[in-house]
Design a protein around this ligand. Structure first.
Ligand SMILES: C[S@@+](CC[C@H](N)C(=O)[O-])C[C@H]1O[C@@H](n2cnc3c(N)ncnc32)[C@H](O)[C@@H]1O
Length: 250
Protein backbone atom coordinates (compact mmCIF):
# COMPACT_ATOMS: atom_id res chain seq x y z
CA UNK A 1 0.00 0.00 0.00
CA UNK A 2 1.13 3.56 -0.66
CA UNK A 3 2.87 4.72 2.52
CA UNK A 4 0.88 7.95 2.69
CA UNK A 5 -2.37 5.93 2.79
CA UNK A 6 -0.98 3.37 5.21
CA UNK A 7 -0.30 6.13 7.73
CA UNK A 8 -3.84 7.53 7.64
CA UNK A 9 -6.20 6.48 10.41
CA UNK A 10 -9.36 6.97 8.32
CA UNK A 11 -10.37 7.07 4.67
CA UNK A 12 -10.99 10.82 4.96
CA UNK A 13 -7.49 11.36 6.36
CA UNK A 14 -6.08 9.23 3.55
CA UNK A 15 -7.82 11.48 1.00
CA UNK A 16 -6.43 14.61 2.73
CA UNK A 17 -2.93 13.12 2.64
CA UNK A 18 -3.20 12.06 -0.97
CA UNK A 19 -4.35 15.54 -2.01
CA UNK A 20 -1.87 17.26 0.31
CA UNK A 21 -4.59 19.49 1.80
CA UNK A 22 -7.61 19.08 4.09
CA UNK A 23 -10.66 18.33 1.97
CA UNK A 24 -13.95 19.94 3.05
CA UNK A 25 -15.77 17.14 4.89
CA UNK A 26 -19.11 17.71 3.14
CA UNK A 27 -17.40 17.21 -0.24
CA UNK A 28 -15.83 13.93 0.89
CA UNK A 29 -19.07 12.62 2.35
CA UNK A 30 -21.06 13.60 -0.74
CA UNK A 31 -18.51 11.77 -2.90
CA UNK A 32 -18.53 8.65 -0.70
CA UNK A 33 -22.35 8.66 -0.64
CA UNK A 34 -22.51 8.95 -4.43
CA UNK A 35 -20.09 6.02 -4.87
CA UNK A 36 -22.03 3.93 -2.35
CA UNK A 37 -25.36 4.66 -4.05
CA UNK A 38 -23.90 3.83 -7.44
CA UNK A 39 -22.52 0.50 -6.16
CA UNK A 40 -25.82 -0.40 -4.51
CA UNK A 41 -27.64 0.37 -7.73
CA UNK A 42 -25.12 -1.37 -10.01
CA UNK A 43 -24.57 -4.57 -8.04
CA UNK A 44 -27.60 -4.46 -5.76
CA UNK A 45 -28.49 -8.10 -6.35
CA UNK A 46 -25.10 -9.30 -5.16
CA UNK A 47 -25.32 -7.03 -2.12
CA UNK A 48 -28.59 -8.57 -0.93
CA UNK A 49 -28.25 -9.19 2.75
CA UNK A 50 -31.37 -11.13 3.69
CA UNK A 51 -32.59 -13.75 1.31
CA UNK A 52 -36.24 -13.56 2.40
CA UNK A 53 -36.38 -17.37 2.49
CA UNK A 54 -39.95 -17.28 3.74
CA UNK A 55 -41.31 -15.94 0.42
CA UNK A 56 -43.57 -12.89 0.39
CA UNK A 57 -45.30 -11.80 3.56
CA UNK A 58 -49.08 -12.20 3.27
CA UNK A 59 -50.12 -8.65 4.13
CA UNK A 60 -53.75 -9.23 3.12
CA UNK A 61 -54.04 -12.12 5.60
CA UNK A 62 -52.22 -10.21 8.33
CA UNK A 63 -54.49 -7.16 8.13
CA UNK A 64 -57.56 -9.41 8.14
CA UNK A 65 -56.86 -10.69 11.66
CA UNK A 66 -57.99 -7.49 13.41
CA UNK A 67 -57.42 -3.71 13.59
CA UNK A 68 -54.36 -2.53 11.64
CA UNK A 69 -52.38 0.64 12.26
CA UNK A 70 -50.29 2.13 9.46
CA UNK A 71 -47.66 4.67 10.49
CA UNK A 72 -45.51 7.01 8.39
CA UNK A 73 -47.80 6.31 5.43
CA UNK A 74 -46.61 9.24 3.30
CA UNK A 75 -49.06 9.43 0.40
CA UNK A 76 -51.15 6.53 1.82
CA UNK A 77 -51.01 4.58 -1.43
CA UNK A 78 -49.78 1.41 0.30
CA UNK A 79 -52.70 1.21 2.72
CA UNK A 80 -55.09 2.02 -0.12
CA UNK A 81 -53.60 -0.76 -2.29
CA UNK A 82 -53.96 -3.15 0.63
CA UNK A 83 -57.53 -2.00 1.24
CA UNK A 84 -58.31 -3.16 -2.30
CA UNK A 85 -56.73 -6.56 -1.63
CA UNK A 86 -58.58 -6.97 1.68
CA UNK A 87 -61.74 -4.79 1.40
CA UNK A 88 -63.45 -6.10 4.52
CA UNK A 89 -60.37 -5.51 6.65
CA UNK A 90 -60.10 -1.89 5.44
CA UNK A 91 -62.88 -0.77 7.78
CA UNK A 92 -60.53 -1.62 10.62
CA UNK A 93 -57.59 0.36 9.23
CA UNK A 94 -56.15 3.36 11.04
CA UNK A 95 -53.91 5.09 8.50
CA UNK A 96 -51.54 7.78 9.75
CA UNK A 97 -49.01 10.21 8.31
CA UNK A 98 -46.18 11.86 10.18
CA UNK A 99 -46.82 15.08 8.27
CA UNK A 100 -49.54 17.34 9.65
CA UNK A 101 -52.70 17.65 7.56
CA UNK A 102 -51.66 20.99 6.05
CA UNK A 103 -48.40 19.50 4.74
CA UNK A 104 -49.56 16.29 3.03
CA UNK A 105 -49.26 16.01 -0.75
CA UNK A 106 -52.21 16.19 -3.13
CA UNK A 107 -51.89 12.42 -3.73
CA UNK A 108 -52.06 11.83 0.03
CA UNK A 109 -55.14 14.01 0.28
CA UNK A 110 -56.87 12.13 -2.56
CA UNK A 111 -55.95 8.73 -1.11
CA UNK A 112 -57.17 9.85 2.33
CA UNK A 113 -60.56 10.66 0.82
CA UNK A 114 -60.76 7.18 -0.78
CA UNK A 115 -59.68 5.46 2.44
CA UNK A 116 -62.22 7.39 4.48
CA UNK A 117 -64.99 6.46 2.02
CA UNK A 118 -64.32 2.77 2.53
CA UNK A 119 -64.46 3.14 6.29
CA UNK A 120 -60.81 3.54 7.27
CA UNK A 121 -59.80 6.16 9.81
CA UNK A 122 -57.15 8.65 8.67
CA UNK A 123 -55.02 10.70 11.07
CA UNK A 124 -52.21 13.18 10.39
CA UNK A 125 -49.27 14.36 12.47
CA UNK A 126 -48.78 11.00 14.19
CA UNK A 127 -45.28 10.28 15.51
CA UNK A 128 -44.57 6.53 15.35
CA UNK A 129 -42.28 6.82 18.35
CA UNK A 130 -45.05 8.30 20.53
CA UNK A 131 -48.07 6.14 19.73
CA UNK A 132 -49.20 6.35 23.35
CA UNK A 133 -50.19 9.99 22.69
CA UNK A 134 -52.79 9.03 20.09
CA UNK A 135 -53.93 5.49 20.93
CA UNK A 136 -54.64 5.00 24.54
CA UNK A 137 -56.51 1.76 24.96
CA UNK A 138 -56.57 0.56 21.33
CA UNK A 139 -54.69 -2.65 20.56
CA UNK A 140 -53.76 -3.55 16.97
CA UNK A 141 -53.30 -6.97 15.37
CA UNK A 142 -50.86 -5.47 12.90
CA UNK A 143 -48.79 -2.29 12.95
CA UNK A 144 -47.21 -1.50 9.58
CA UNK A 145 -44.36 0.91 8.81
CA UNK A 146 -43.25 0.78 5.17
CA UNK A 147 -39.86 2.25 4.34
CA UNK A 148 -39.30 4.24 7.54
CA UNK A 149 -36.92 7.10 6.93
CA UNK A 150 -36.20 10.32 8.77
CA UNK A 151 -34.45 11.74 5.68
CA UNK A 152 -31.26 12.61 7.51
CA UNK A 153 -27.91 10.95 7.97
CA UNK A 154 -26.76 13.29 10.70
CA UNK A 155 -25.91 11.05 13.65
CA UNK A 156 -27.96 11.34 16.83
CA UNK A 157 -26.05 10.15 19.92
CA UNK A 158 -23.53 8.55 17.55
CA UNK A 159 -26.16 6.58 15.59
CA UNK A 160 -27.79 7.00 12.19
CA UNK A 161 -31.13 8.69 13.06
CA UNK A 162 -33.07 5.79 11.51
CA UNK A 163 -31.52 3.50 14.10
CA UNK A 164 -33.15 5.60 16.84
CA UNK A 165 -36.46 5.89 14.96
CA UNK A 166 -36.74 2.10 14.62
CA UNK A 167 -35.87 1.35 18.23
CA UNK A 168 -38.27 3.92 19.62
CA UNK A 169 -41.02 2.86 17.22
CA UNK A 170 -40.64 -0.85 18.07
CA UNK A 171 -40.62 -0.21 21.80
CA UNK A 172 -43.68 2.03 21.53
CA UNK A 173 -45.55 -0.31 19.17
CA UNK A 174 -45.06 -3.22 21.61
CA UNK A 175 -47.44 -1.41 24.00
CA UNK A 176 -50.12 -1.08 21.29
CA UNK A 177 -50.11 -4.71 20.05
CA UNK A 178 -52.97 -7.13 20.60
CA UNK A 179 -52.13 -10.68 21.72
CA UNK A 180 -50.17 -12.41 18.95
CA UNK A 181 -50.09 -9.10 17.06
CA UNK A 182 -47.30 -8.31 14.64
CA UNK A 183 -45.25 -5.28 13.70
CA UNK A 184 -44.18 -5.27 10.06
CA UNK A 185 -41.37 -3.02 8.84
CA UNK A 186 -40.39 -3.02 5.16
CA UNK A 187 -36.96 -1.72 4.16
CA UNK A 188 -34.53 -1.63 1.26
CA UNK A 189 -32.24 -4.66 1.56
CA UNK A 190 -28.68 -3.40 1.17
CA UNK A 191 -25.76 -3.37 3.61
CA UNK A 192 -26.14 0.39 4.11
CA UNK A 193 -29.80 0.21 5.10
CA UNK A 194 -29.30 -2.96 7.15
CA UNK A 195 -26.50 -1.26 9.05
CA UNK A 196 -28.51 1.92 9.55
CA UNK A 197 -31.65 0.17 10.82
CA UNK A 198 -30.03 -2.67 12.79
CA UNK A 199 -33.35 -4.52 12.87
CA UNK A 200 -32.23 -7.72 14.61
CA UNK A 201 -30.60 -5.78 17.43
CA UNK A 202 -33.57 -3.41 17.57
CA UNK A 203 -35.95 -6.38 18.04
CA UNK A 204 -33.92 -7.59 21.01
CA UNK A 205 -33.69 -4.05 22.44
CA UNK A 206 -37.48 -3.61 22.28
CA UNK A 207 -38.28 -7.08 23.71
CA UNK A 208 -39.42 -8.94 20.57
CA UNK A 209 -38.54 -12.46 19.42
CA UNK A 210 -36.06 -12.75 16.57
CA UNK A 211 -37.87 -11.26 13.53
CA UNK A 212 -38.82 -13.27 10.44
CA UNK A 213 -37.65 -11.80 7.14
CA UNK A 214 -39.80 -11.99 4.00
CA UNK A 215 -39.40 -10.80 0.44
CA UNK A 216 -41.36 -7.69 -0.53
CA UNK A 217 -42.48 -6.99 -4.09
CA UNK A 218 -43.97 -3.50 -4.56
CA UNK A 219 -45.61 -4.67 -7.80
CA UNK A 220 -47.91 -6.94 -5.76
CA UNK A 221 -49.65 -3.79 -4.49
CA UNK A 222 -51.39 -2.18 -7.41
CA UNK A 223 -51.33 1.62 -7.17
CA UNK A 224 -48.58 1.69 -4.55
CA UNK A 225 -46.56 4.76 -5.43
CA UNK A 226 -43.90 4.94 -2.79
CA UNK A 227 -42.98 8.51 -1.85
CA UNK A 228 -39.69 9.50 -0.29
CA UNK A 229 -39.68 11.47 2.96
CA UNK A 230 -38.57 14.68 1.24
CA UNK A 231 -40.33 13.91 -2.01
CA UNK A 232 -37.09 12.91 -3.82
CA UNK A 233 -36.47 9.93 -6.10
CA UNK A 234 -38.36 6.88 -4.83
CA UNK A 235 -36.26 4.13 -3.27
CA UNK A 236 -38.43 1.67 -5.17
CA UNK A 237 -37.04 2.99 -8.44
CA UNK A 238 -33.44 2.97 -7.25
CA UNK A 239 -33.31 -0.47 -5.63
CA UNK A 240 -34.47 -3.94 -6.51
CA UNK A 241 -34.47 -5.82 -3.23
CA UNK A 242 -36.80 -5.13 -0.35
CA UNK A 243 -37.61 -7.10 2.78
CA UNK A 244 -40.51 -7.13 5.21
CA UNK A 245 -39.37 -7.80 8.76
CA UNK A 246 -42.04 -9.25 11.02
CA UNK A 247 -41.76 -8.77 14.78
CA UNK A 248 -43.73 -10.58 17.49
CA UNK A 249 -43.57 -10.38 21.24
CA UNK A 250 -42.65 -13.58 23.13
C1 LIG B 1 -39.54 6.86 2.64
S1 LIG B 1 -41.02 7.56 3.26
C2 LIG B 1 -42.15 6.19 3.11
C3 LIG B 1 -43.58 6.62 3.08
C4 LIG B 1 -44.58 5.47 2.95
N1 LIG B 1 -44.57 4.61 4.10
C5 LIG B 1 -44.32 4.68 1.69
O1 LIG B 1 -43.99 3.50 1.78
O2 LIG B 1 -44.46 5.25 0.61
C6 LIG B 1 -40.68 7.59 4.98
C7 LIG B 1 -41.82 8.11 5.83
O3 LIG B 1 -41.45 8.02 7.20
C8 LIG B 1 -42.11 9.09 7.85
N2 LIG B 1 -41.52 9.32 9.18
C9 LIG B 1 -40.31 9.83 9.51
N3 LIG B 1 -40.20 9.93 10.83
C10 LIG B 1 -41.37 9.48 11.38
C11 LIG B 1 -41.89 9.35 12.69
N4 LIG B 1 -41.19 9.71 13.76
N5 LIG B 1 -43.13 8.85 12.83
C12 LIG B 1 -43.87 8.48 11.76
N6 LIG B 1 -43.43 8.58 10.51
C13 LIG B 1 -42.21 9.08 10.31
C14 LIG B 1 -41.93 10.25 6.89
O4 LIG B 1 -42.84 11.27 7.15
C15 LIG B 1 -42.17 9.56 5.54
O5 LIG B 1 -43.50 9.65 5.13
Amino acid sequence: MNQRFAEAATVVEAIDKALGRPTPRNEVFAEVKAIQEFLEWAIGDQLVVHKGKLGNFDFAAAVSTGPTLFVGEGNMSFSLALAKLAPRAAQDFVVTTFEPRMRVSLAAYQNAVKLTRIGAKVLHGVDATRLDRYFNATRFSAIVFNFPNVASRIPVYGHNPNHNLIRRFLRNAAQRLARNGRVIITVVDTPFYSGAFGLTAAAKFAGYKEPDVYAFKPSHFSGYAHANTLGGQSALAKYRNFRSWVFQLP
